[in-house]
Design a protein around this ligand. Structure first.
Ligand code: SAM
Length: 290
């Protein structure tokens, strides 16, 4: 029988922080969960079972990690804050299926990690993400090419709204398009600041991103598509062709940009925020020919 999680209760969280004489570090986006129903909801939405290997980003003092270790076959948790390691050793004692890695997730080779941890089979990502780098982490997870079955993550509610926005709305942007290329998003639950210690200044949401087996559009080069999306929303109010020529990661000329947009059957004055994923894919494929 596995040990039951106990850290979701604020009394335990406060006791752990006190006994180690530490407080949450703002610079690492530390807001610890103290709501058992939210923790269980995240694990349930991810559908974690004994057959799963779960990748957790930012275990903190090990709260969500305990729930994951209880439900999963294996958990690999990546934590940047070295000062939390002795705490994690303590709070995760009794669950032998957890490996904690002290690293910055943005600097890790996630493909290699998943290869090592789960022999290249898809993992499930479950995490209460640090809000100051939510989007880079999500993009890194998708773009790393690591086999990921799904991501069930706590993010700011505003970010969750952006992930499932419709074209033409103010929330529609690079994140919406990238997420829709890789996954099918669904908000699991809105979470009030009082579910965390310390409380964040905003509402949060647990969002589940189920990875598509096959992306909704086919492109010659996925990197060009993602860069094109970034380029166009870097300068949201400008013409897409300017976005393309001004983007540091591209070296297309003005003529090439205009030709690619025209060949996709679009007005040369068009702005990125007016385009669908299919239209971005058509332009990306045209750019891939240069
Ligand atoms: N999982 C814990 C919980 O739910 O109570 C803590 C979540 S807290 C919102 C975010 C965690 O991510 C913190 O433990 C923080 O130190 C960690 N973190 C921040 N930046 C990171 C990075 N670049 N790589 C890995 N972990 C990071």
């Amino acid at each position: 029988m596995k040990k039951q999680p106990y850290l979701g209760n604020s009394v335990h969280t406060i006791a752990v922080l006190k006994s180690y004489g530490i407080s949450a570090r703002k610079k690492y986006g530390q807001n610890f969960l103290i709501d058992e129903s939210v923790l269980q909801a995240a694990v349930d939405a991810a559908g974690v079972t004994e057959d799963d290997c779960v990748l957790e980003i930012g275990p903190g003092i090990g709260t969500l990690t305990q729930y994951l270790a209880y439900a999963a076959g294996k958990v690999c948790a990546v934590e940047i804050d070295r000062s939390l390691l002795p705490i994690l050793e303590d709070t995760l004692m009794g669950w032998s299926n957890v490996r904690v890695i002290n690293a910055d997730v943005l600097k890790l080779d996630l493909r290699e990690l998943v290869m090592e941890e789960n022999a290249g089979r898809p993992v499930k990502v479950v995490a209460n993400l640090p809000y100051y780098i939510t989007t880079p982490i999500i993009m890194q997870l998708f773009e790393s090419g690591a086999p990921i079955k799904s991501m069930t993550v706590m993010v700011q509610k505003e970010v969750a709204d952006r992930m499932q926005a419709k074209p033409g709305t103010k929330d529609y942007g690079a994140l919406t398009l990238a997420v829709s290329y890789y996954a099918d998003p669904s908000i699991v639950r809105i979470v009030h600041p009082s579910s965390f210690l310390p409380q964040p200044g905003v509402d949060s949401a647990v969002i589940h991103l189920e990875r598509h087996e096959k992306p909704p559009v086919e492109v010659k080069d996925e990197k060009i598509l993602m860069d094109l999306i970034r380029a166009s929303f870097n300068q949201r109010r400008k013409k897409l062709t300017n976005g393309i020529t001004n983007y540091a990661g591209f070296s297309y000329t003005k003529e090439q940009a205009e030709q690619a947009v025209a060949d996709a059957g679009l007005d040369p004055q068009v702005r990125g925020e007016q385009l669908t994923l299919e239209q971005f894919a058509a332009i990306a494929d045209r750019l891939a020919m240069y």
